[in-house]
Design a protein around this ligand. Structure first.
Ligand SMILES: Nc1nc2c(ncn2[C@@H]2O[C@H](COP(=O)(O)OP(=O)(O)OP(=O)(O)O)[C@@H](O)[C@H]2O)c(=O)[nH]1
Ligand SMILES: [Mg+2]
Ligand SMILES: [Zn+2]
Length: 337
């Protein structure tokens, strides 16, 4: 590398803007404005919160023969999960998404609690979430399952089959010309859906195991262009999905969250307080105990993580304060005060 290139006085081309389609440690693949895919170096690790991730818009500069990410544009939405096992660390799954599809395979009976958890994570991104029931060719009661999920979870549902192609156009419409992220457990059929949406075999898929579980075939997140415009992001099957904050509960539990507005006390705990609208709905049978308990559990998890994150922030601020107080004391001493 010559010295001029390093100190930026070489008068080379201006930085250009590209979108990250795949990320590995230290390197991302980026779409150029011309639609080409190039490898670009990043300085931070791939899973570092500040590092560019799939869906990010980045500014790129040529440094010698290398391409380097010089800036990551602020994200307008970000899909992330808390790392499993009660960690308050977040893992970014995709950035700048316009919609999230929670993909569920109809080869097995979907677990409502798992879908609810995924919906909280999805809505927390800031983009709207829909349930996509795929593998409809394997189920005789697809319409009934769709109806049950739509009414009990209050969510939009699309039924499709990557195998037959039925409903794939409806799934594609979820992207609305923007970026649709797919999430779900391993073996749900996310990659198969990506291939069906694209109309060719772009990403690897593999048969589920004899015990009905997936094989974690997809190992990295990837953004793929849709033929009708827009893009879809494939993600690895999630083993554990920790919710990150309460924001997603508002979208995923709109029915319950609406009730809380009518509780007598603004800080109602929705357990024993008089005038609790949530308990009243439960007693009246309007709200199911299953849904109430699921909401409480996810709310507790989100609040616990929010408190942990706040505590970490406070500890960090304390450390900084102590550091600067020490530095000031030292300076005063050195000046002989
Ligand atoms: N019959 C049928 N099988 C499907 C359909 N979609 C996916 N499958 C099968 O389900 C299995 C798992 O599909 P994948 O697309 O690899 O699942 P995935 O969600 O990407 O899994 P991971 O990458 O491990 O997270 C494969 O054997 C697919 O052929 C479908 O619509 N109908
Ligand atoms: Mg996959
Ligand atoms: Zn209440």
């Amino acid at each position: 590398m010559d010295a001029d290139a390093e100190n930026g006085t070489s008068g080379g081309p201006e930085p250009w803007r590209g979108r990250v389609v795949r990320g590995d440690r230290g390197v991302v693949r980026v779409w150029t404005p011309g639609g080409e895919e190039v490898a670009v170096r990043t300085l931070a690790g791939a899973d570092d919160g500040a590092a560019p991730c799939v869906g990010d818009w980045v500014l790129i500069e040529a440094v010698g023969t290398d391409l380097r990410v010089v800036a990551v544009e602020p994200r307008r939405s970000v899909l992330e999960r808390a790392e499993p096992g009660g960690s308050s660390r977040r893992q970014v799954l995709a950035a700048n998404i316009d919609a999230v599809a929670v993909v569920v395979g109809l080869d097995q009976m979907p677990s409502l609690e798992k879908v609810e958890r995924l919906l909280v994570v999805a809505w927390s991104s800031g983009a709207p979430a829909t349930v996509v029931l795929t593998k409809a060719d394997l189920a005789s009661d697809a319409a009934d399952v769709a109806e049950e999920i739509a009414t009990t979870l209050g969510v939009g549902v699309v039924v499709c089959s990557a195998e037959s192609g039925d409903g794939v156009a409806e799934a594609a419409a979820l992207a609305g010309g923007g970026t649709l992220a797919l999430v779900g457990s391993s073996g749900a059929g996310k990659s198969s859906l990506v291939n069906a949406l694209v109309g060719e075999s772009r990403v690897a898929t593999s048969a589920i195991r004899a015990d009905g579980r997936g094989r974690h075939t997809t190992v990295r997140r990837e953004l793929v262009a849709l033929p009708g415009g827009g893009a879809v992001i494939d993600t690895p099957g999630l083993r554990g999905v920790g919710v990150t904050d309460s924001d997603g509960l508002v979208g995923a539990f709109a029915d319950v969250e609406e009730l809380t507005a009518s509780c007598r006390f603004a800080d109602c705990g929705h357990q024993v307080e008089p005038g609790c609208a949530v308990r009243a709905a439960l007693d009246a049978g309007v709200l199911s105990l299953r849904r109430y308990e699921s909401w409480r559990a996810l709310q507790r998890e989100a609040q616990w993580l929010e408190r942990r994150a706040d505590a970490r922030l406070a500890a960090e601020q304390n450390r900084q304060l102590r550091r600067s107080t020490r530095a000031q004391r030292r300076m005063r001493r050195e000046r002989g005060h």
